[in-house]
Design a protein around this ligand. Structure first.
Ligand code: 5GP
Length: 228
């Protein structure tokens, strides 16, 4: 009866550093790693202890990043707290055309640029449950100096105020609950009417006539009296 778009959904997920989006995204990929793909960004920031080059990011020098900008390599890029971060264009179109959902884990300026380019993308903001928890999570990242942490906190606080630019906000208080909420959002988005390409009759007129005339046990005589 309906023909739906078979393309994947572009899902943009942001949260301030320490908002917990990484854990939410890991949960989403664990639930479905065939129908979803997480884009690997390129960055000029220093490698951290938990980073796996080529998996968490592709690490390049500032000069290499700038060369890639000039080669039009990025769908979007930004300078965040002194370092470059960018989403390579590569693979995104292929994945979407193959019906695979593409997840971009990016900060708000990048998300805002994606919104201009692809307004039909889905924008989800993962919110830390409180400022105290946000600060605790920032402190856990021991590689950052105090000044860097303070800068990250100010950036995070500014970002929280941009939440209304997103389609959905999920408070990451309980991780399983947060993942379940994002799953529900993704499922609901797949049912949006703008994903319908065509509505058509999949039964011939004669068959419809036969169905209408079919003698079943339903007796509708006097139904109006029963209702009234
Ligand atoms: P971190 O240094 O903590 O790994 O990342 C800092 C911020 O950069 C995070 O908010 C992260 O989501 C964002 N980020 C990572 N990759 C990209 C990207 O390709 N583009 C943009 N705009 N932001 C990114």
């Amino acid at each position: 009866m309906i023909k739906e778009k078979k393309t994947g959904q572009l899902i943009v997920i942001s949260s301030p550093s320490g908002g917990g989006k990484g854990s939410v995204i890991s949960g989403l990929l664990k639930n479905d790693n065939k129908g979803r793909w997480l884009s690997v960004s390129t960055t000029s920031r220093a490698i951290r202890e938990n980073d796996i080059p080529g998996e968490t990011y592709n690490f390049v020098s500032k000069e290499e990043f700038e060369k890639k900008i000039s080669e039009n390599y990025f769908l979007e890029y930004t300078n965040y707290v002194g370092n470059y971060y960018g989403t390579p264009k590569e693979f995104i179109k292929e994945k979407l055309n193959a019906g695979i959902d593409v997840i971009l884990e990016i900060e708000i300026e990048g998300a805002s640029n994606i919104k201009k380019l692809i307004p039909e993308a889905l924008f989800i903001f993962i919110m830390p449950p409180s400022i105290k928890i946000l600060v605790d999570r920032l402190k856990r990242r021991k590689t950052d100096s105090y000044e860097k942490m303070l800068e990250r906190f100010h950036t995070a606080y500014k970002e929280i105020n941009e939440v209304t630019k997103y389609n959905y906000v999920v408070v990451n208080d309980d991780l399983d609950e947060a993942i379940a909420k994002v799953e529900a959002i993704i499922k609901a988005e797949k049912c949006r009417v703008d994903r319908i390409e065509e509505v058509f009759l999949d039964t011939k007129e004669e068959e419809i006539h036969e169905l209408l005339m079919e003698d079943d046990d339903f007796d509708n005589s006097g139904i109006g009296d029963k209702i009234l």
